[in-house]
Design a protein around this ligand. Structure first.
Ligand code: SIN
Length: 305
């Protein structure tokens, strides 16, 4: 049976149907999945009660799985899997909480950022915990010629920083939710100050800045895409900060206008893969009393050009 794609929006994302992940995937199906992935950039397969082994097998369709650069919160039996979660057992977090809560593409501060990220929704909340996505081919295509001329061929400075519980990307946050977010952030910061969980703090000062093209050419499709990481892209080589910083702000704000955002609402067992070379994403707020457990895998990438 051929794999088919049902678009999630008219600008990004598709639900794939006709794949049976309980069996090994043949070459024809693999080729179809990859074609649809590159056409739609974010793909979802619904309702997958697969084991971690099944998740790993599916991820390997996209390339070689890479170890995550932070080793806290790896899955105990399958250390390639990184666990994202707001759940605590015996007072200890079972996964990383509050991560990725600003617009970004994964690991842009490394020489070869992850090409693909996959998340499996093991336990998903009835409210909150959506993931938002933006198509950065379109974000580039929408720019006026003067802006394209200003940024084409330039490199931006990507600086890794501890940025948990930011929640800066979601423009649909109500006043009540904002108050919940601020209370949660204050609690987590207080815990970290008392020596509690803070998995990234030690890395913040040790990761060197990385220069990445502001506009990258996709290694498979050859299309140009805007390549930025809100909060962590701090400047542009050769441009004064009073020009670069507002420009980066404008590029991000224009790219992520609500009409360009795919808001993905998780259902249990959803399996999502996204293309880090043509998509930016952000996690959103999950109320702390609603459990969210996600398994995450990333695929090795190449140096952006
Ligand atoms: C991520 O940024 O990799 C996580 C996204 C999410 O948890 O929704």
């Amino acid at each position: 049976m051929a794999v088919t794609a049902v678009p999630l929006t008219d600008f990004l994302g598709a639900q794939l149907e006709g794949i049976d992940l309980s069996r090994p995937i043949d070459r024809q199906t693999k080729a179809e999945v990859l074609d649809l992935f590159h056409a739609h950039q974010v793909v979802v397969i619904r309702g997958q009660e697969i084991s971690p082994e099944g998740f790993i097998r599916f991820a390997e369709l996209f390339g070689a799985i890479e170890p995550f650069f932070i080793s806290s919160y790896n899955h105990p039996e399958h250390p390639q899997i990184y666990v994202l979660s707001n759940v605590r057992k015996d007072g200890k977090p079972i996964g990383r909480d509050g991560a990725g809560t600003h617009w970004h593409s994964d690991s842009t501060f490394t020489e070869k950022p992850s090409s693909v990220t996959l998340l499996h929704g093991v336990e998903v909340p009835a409210r909150g915990g959506d993931t938002l996505f933006v198509n950065t081919y379109d974000a580039y295509d929408r720019l006026d010629d003067a802006t394209k001329a200003l940024i084409d061929g330039r490199r931006a400075i990507h600086r890794y920083q501890q940025k948990e519980f930011v929640f800066s990307g979601d423009r649909e946050v109500s006043a009540e939710e904002r108050a919940e977010i601020e209370a949660l952030k204050a609690r987590r910061l207080a815990e970290a100050a008392e020596g509690g969980p803070s998995p990234t703090a030690k890395r913040s000062n040790t990761v060197p800045d990385r220069l990445q093209p502001v506009v990258r050419t996709h290694p498979v499709t050859g299309r140009k895409a805007l390549y930025l990481n809100d909060e962590m892209t701090v400047g542009i080589e050769g441009l004064a900060d009073d020009v670069a910083v507002p420009l980066l702000r404008r590029l991000c704000d224009e790219a992520t206008k609500p009409e360009h955002v795919l808001r993905f609402k998780w259902q249990p067992g959803d399996l999502v893969a996204w293309d880090n070379a043509s998509v930016i994403h952000t996690a959103t707020f999950t109320p702390p009393d609603l459990p969210r457990v996600m398994h995450r895998l990333t695929i090795e990438g190449s140096a952006p050009v």
